[in-house]
Design a protein around this ligand. Structure first.
Ligand code: PMP
Length: 397
């Protein structure tokens, strides 16, 4: 990443760590096909094995429970489809009878859920951005065999979700739980058993690894219903010659991210400093999910009357990269679906920008963001309305 810029969009993707670039180059230089029995095959296989250990270590799982994929999007699809289809009796396409997904899931979960020929129901979240457990209990009480999808940390607000509590409730009614842990991995400690999810997903490029690598971590491999068949790789559950260089980089990024978790106080201190300064610059500024437990690197902030796209462009011109809502492939700004699900008024949701920190973030980055945002707010002061109607409705502080 160009050091003249301040990059604060780690939830979209993290800059690749220099050690990872070296490891990827090494794997590309040395490797053969991991399925080959000769020396070069064994060398390639060693990169993949080491990566499997590292990714298992990051999420508190055994290496054997890790299935490598092309990224979290594929892993979300593979996980949800597998849980929906598991052991369908009488040749039926699906064993599950309904899919319940939280209102704040990533598009890749939403999209996958809608391909499964099952009714998809949305579980609401509270104004603070946390899954509404009361609503979930009612929905689970309605019967059937549910597959439930609940992410561990939301990509826009950073709010952590009660995955372990939900796993207990879902299993009590004979259902299964899929958990997208992409934004939590490397930011909070993870333990597959403690979470209780049946399937868990992580992505390399959010950890400072290369794009195009991810993993589905599965408690019980017999649950997996493969989408890609042929070569027998990944124990026959995800065929195709392994992305050896990508996985080598993913593995090293997972090792480094695991040590970042131990130092997460540093990132949290930077993020808290940023939030304190925001309130000094604009006392009416809101931070979504501020009262909830959050991953330490994310701030989703809004000042009613500002426009999110204009802010992102102005900050970009000032050399600061942040995002407005979830980044999507076209580069357009996604509708603030998550913030609307939290009950945020449209005017406030449309003002929201996301600042997300990571392994290379420094106090100078926070200074630069605050200076640029402060200047933007001063220029648009006349349009910023106060008092903010959202301050009560959504309980965001
Ligand atoms: N889930 C979440 C929560 C994400 O933030 C992302 C990345 N935007 C994905 C899934 C998709 O990850 P990938 O880019 O590896 O397919």
């Amino acid at each position: 990443m160009d050091s003249r810029w301040t990059y604060l969009d780690y939830n979209a993707t993290a800059p690749v760590r220099p050690e990872v670039v070296a490891r990827v180059a090494e794997a590309m230089t040395i490797g053969g096909n991991p399925s080959s029995v000769h020396r070069f095959g064994r060398l390639a296989c060693a990169f993949v094995d080491r990566a499997r250990d590292a990714v298992g270590g990051l999420v508190g799982a055994e290496a054997e429970q890790v299935l490598f994929t092309s990224g979290a999007t594929e892993a979300n699809t593979l996980g949800l489809r597998s849980l929906a289809r598991h052991a369908a009796p009488g040749g039926r396409a699906c064993a599950a009878s309904r899919i319940l997904i939280s209102a704040i899931e990533h598009d890749s979960v939403l999209g996958a859920a809608h391909t499964l020929d099952l009714p998809v129901e949305t579980v609401p979240v509270t104004a603070g951005g946390v899954l509404d457990l009361g609503a979930l209990d009612k929905m689970l009480g309605a019967g059937g065999t549910p597959v439930v999808a609940l992410m561990l940390a939301n990509n826009e607000t950073g709010v952590l979700q009660p995955v372990a509590e939900v796993a207990t409730r879902v299993h009590a009614v004979g259902g299964t739980l899929h958990c997208d842990a992409v934004q939590a991995a490397g930011r909070v400690p993870l333990d597959l058993d403690a979470l209780g999810a049946d399937t868990l997903v992580v992505s390399s490029h959010k950890l400072g690894g290369p794009m195009g690598a991810g993993a589905l971590i599965v408690r019980n491999l017999t649950l997996v219903s493969p989408m890609l068949v042929g070569g027998g790789q990944e124990r026959g559950l995800r065929a195709g010659t392994e992305n050896v260089a990508g996985l080598a980089g993913f593995g090293l990024a997972a090792e480094l991210a695991l040590s970042d978790v131990a130092n997460s106080n540093k990132i949290k201190a930077l993020r808290d400093d940023l939030e304190n300064r925001l309130h000094v610059i604009a006392p009416a500024a809101q931070v979504f999910g501020a009262d909830a437990e959050r991953i330490p690197n994310t701030t989703c902030l809004a000042l009613a009357g500002l426009d999110n796209e204009t802010q992102v462009i102005a900050l970009d011109l000032a050399g600061v990269a942040v995002s407005a809502g979830a980044a999507c492939s076209s580069g357009k700004v996604a509708a603030p679906r998550v913030l609307r699900a939290m009950g945020a008024p449209e005017a406030l949701a449309k003002a929201a920008i996301r600042v997300s920190l990571g392994w290379a973030s420094t106090a100078a980055d926070i200074d630069r963001f605050c200076a640029a945002w402060s200047e933007f707010v001063a220029r648009h002061a006349a349009r910023a309305v106060a008092p903010n109607p959202y301050s009560r409705a959504a309980g965001a502080q």
